[in-house]
Every structure is written in C-alpha cells, then in structure tokens.
Design a protein around this ligand. Structure first.
Ligand code: NAD
Ligand code: 89V
Length: 343
C-alpha cells in the first residue's frame, strides 16, 4: 500500500481525505500524516480521520516521514513552494488547481518535478466527473461524428463564499478558480486551442474579481467552443455545481442538460440517458458530482503511480489548461484574441 501525506486540511481537503479513506479500504494508498499551519484545522482533520501523525510545518513532515507521495490541498499562493519542497525530497506530488498564481510559477513547478524525475499531477477533477466522461465516451464512440461546435457552461447563484471566503478577495476570481475547470473540459472534449477571446464582468459588489466570464475558443482542429461561467445566475432552479454541455457534430448532436440528462441524437435516432453521479456514503448533495470526481482522480493517481505512467492531468498537461486562463485574462484586458501557445 502506497503511503501519502496531505498538506492543507481546509474546506476541500475533507473530500480528499474521505476519498483517500475509500482508496485505503480498497488497498491502494493510505494517508499516514497530515499537515496544516493552522493547529485547529489540523486537529479537526486528525480527529475526524484518525490520522495521528500531525505537523504544522510541511518541511518538518517531509523530513520525518517515510512517504511514497504528497497531496497538496492548500490554496494557490503556497503551491509552488510546496511542490518544489516535495520535488526536493524526490516525492511524487499531487497539487490542487489552480496550479499557481501565474503561468511562470506553473512552468517552474513542472520543471522542478521534471528535474527531480518525480510524477506531478494537478487535481483537475472536473473532467473526471462521470457525466463529463459520459459525454467524452459518446464522442469517442462516434455517436455524433466529428464535433465542430460546443458550449460548456457553468452558471450558478450558489453562495460559494460561505465555504471559500478567499474567493471574494482576489484580484482574479472566476476564470482562475472555476473557469480553469471548464476550460479544461473544453480541452478534454475538443483538444488544444489556437485562439481565445474573452470578456469578463463584475456583477456582485461584494466580490473583488470578475464573477462572470465568457470565452470563445478556436481549437486546433478548427472546432469552436464557447466556455461561459457565472456566479451571479439566479434561476428558478439552482444548478450548482453542474456543468452543462452542448455539442454539434457532423453526424448528430448531444446535450448534457440539468439533472444530468444526456441526450444524444445521431444517425440511429435519439437516446436519452440519466448520467447522474452516485452520492458516495460521505458525500452531500449538491456537491456529490464533484466529490465522486475527487475519488476518481485520486484512484487515477494511484494507478498511474503503480504503473509508472503519466496522469491525464499531469503538470505538463495542465500547462495548456492554465495557458487558457492566462490567455483569457489577457484577451479580456486588451480586447484582442490571444494564442495560448505563445504564452
Ligand atoms: P482553505 O483555505 O479552506 O484550506 C487551505 C488550508 O491550507 C488552510 O487550512 C491553511 O491553513 C492551509 N495552508 C495554507 N498554506 C499552508 C502551508 N504552507 N502549510 C500548511 N498548511 C497550509 O482552502 P480550500 O477551499 O480547501 O481550497 C484549497 C485548494 O482546493 C484551492 O487551491 C482551491 O482552489 C481548491 N479547490 C478545489 C476544488 C475542486 O473541485 N478541485 C474545490 C474547492 C477548492
Ligand atoms: O471547484 C472549485 O474549484 C470550487 C468551486 C466549485 C466553488 O468553484 O472553488
């Protein structure tokens, strides 16, 4: 069984620890030590999960423990320092999204892991949601032919600031925090991008950064996708945290609608499927689709580590997703399209 340590025992790490416990029960990996610089959060996580080797200093933990990997669940400002620390100990490392505050930091992190020859995965979990996987599988089976147009949409009115108050404070908000997931789904479904044009809006007066963003992507294949995100969409039915997807292809079309209804129309007719994610025993609605994807991405990490293969959302892969974030901000600031491959 692989032995891991988790750094950062805050809001989202509880999902990661629950998923690690499921993986431990399956015999794959076990979190043997936890670290948080905030002693009260450290104590709460230690008690909830019965992990008694605890540290307030990550360097001290990596010096003291005999580990196979590190899982970083802190917020972005500490990611580079902690990933480089893990790499300097020769330890494979997972890091939460967004990989870093800047693309230069992200490149330095990938370079540090390459130089140390350690696997590096970004916890970019939205493409591991079972409904998103169902969309990708329908495309891969050729059910709609060659995709040429898409819309990937995340619009909510849910109070994300209650659980994650830091989201209201940064100069950058929705593209960096949520858009990064939705842009990654666009890459997952349509492959890499040649041009990004973005517009941002700031609607909620209590939030410092942009809380609505619309991105038009031209993919290398020639396909076009629209990625739109909002944290100020007050609707009859709250759809947080569902990503809705529309794709038109040469032979048909698909729609992933609210409540996980997947409608695929192709040469053989129309098929409607319920692709609702399970509610894991430790999960709570409406977060259950995200929570399931946490389990799936962590399982993916364990499999990749054991087989010696690069994870789908490796640091290297995620540079292309993060370049879309950077390109979106640059385009919104200048009013011009940006080629993310030049950044
Ligand atoms: P949080 O502020 O609730 O928790 C972060 C914890 O890290 C805090 O307890 C803090 O004390 C600790 N910490 C910070 N720097 C540290 C250091 N150097 N050493 C030890 N501990 C340190 O934040 P959160 O909401 O849990 O978010 C954490 C990360 O998870 C962010 O990058 C966020 O974007 C990401 N996130 C991902 C998803 C997803 O679906 N993938 C969802 C929510 C949040
Ligand atoms: O998934 C995330 O990264 C979260 C949330 C869904 C609230 O945006 O920050």
């Amino acid at each position: 069984m692989l032995k891991g340590a988790l750094i950062g025992c805050g809001f989202f790490a509880i999902n990661q620890l629950n998923a690690w416990r499921d993986i431990e029960n399956g015999g794959g990996a076990r979190i043997v030590a936890v670290c948080d610089r905030d002693p009260s959060r450290l104590k709460a996580a230690s008690e909830q999960f019965g992990i008694h080797r605890t540290y307030t200093d990550a360097a001290e933990m990596l010096d003291a423990e005999n580990l196979d990997f590190v899982d970083i669940a802190t917020t972005a400002p500490s990611h580079r320092m902690l990933v480089e620390l893990a790499a300097s100990h020769g330890l494979p490392v997972i890091c939460q999204k967004p990989v870093a505050p800047t693309l230069d930091d992200a490149k330095a992190m990938v370079a540090a892991c390459q130089a140390a020859d350690v696997p590096f995965m970004i916890h970019e979990n939205f493409r591991f949601q079972s409904a998103v996987i169902a969309v990708r599988e329908a495309i891969d089976r050729g059910e709609i032919g060659r995709p040429f147009w898409g819309r990937i949409s995340f619009r909510a009115g849910y109070d994300v600031f209650a659980g994650q108050p830091y989201l209201a404070e940064g100069e950058r908000f929705i593209i960096e925090d949520l858009g990064v997931h939705i842009l990654d789904i666009s890459r997952f479904l349509f492959n890499d991008v040649a041009s990004v044009t973005a517009k941002t809006q700031k609607v909620n007066p209590r939030v410092r950064g942009e809380d609505v963003a619309t991105m038009l992507l031209t993919h290398e294949s020639g396909a076009i996708s629209l990625v739109d995100c909002s944290f100020w969409s007050k609707r009859d039915k709250e759809q947080f945290p569902q990503t809705l997807i529309e794709i038109d292809g040469s032979e048909g079309s698909l729609r992933l609608e609210i409540d996980y209804r997947l409608i695929v129309s192709g040469p053989g007719g129309t098929r409607v499927r319920d692709v609702s994610p399970p509610v894991l025993p430790w999960a709570q609605k409406p977060w259950n689709n995200i929570q399931e994807s946490v389990l799936l991405i962590q399982k993916h990490w364990v499999e990749c580590l054991l087989r010696g293969v690069e994870p789908a959302t490796s640091g290297r892969d995620n540079l292309a997703t993060y370049a879309l974030v950077e390109a979106s901000y640059q385009s919104a600031a200048t009013g011009r399209p940006v080629d993310p491959r030049t950044l």
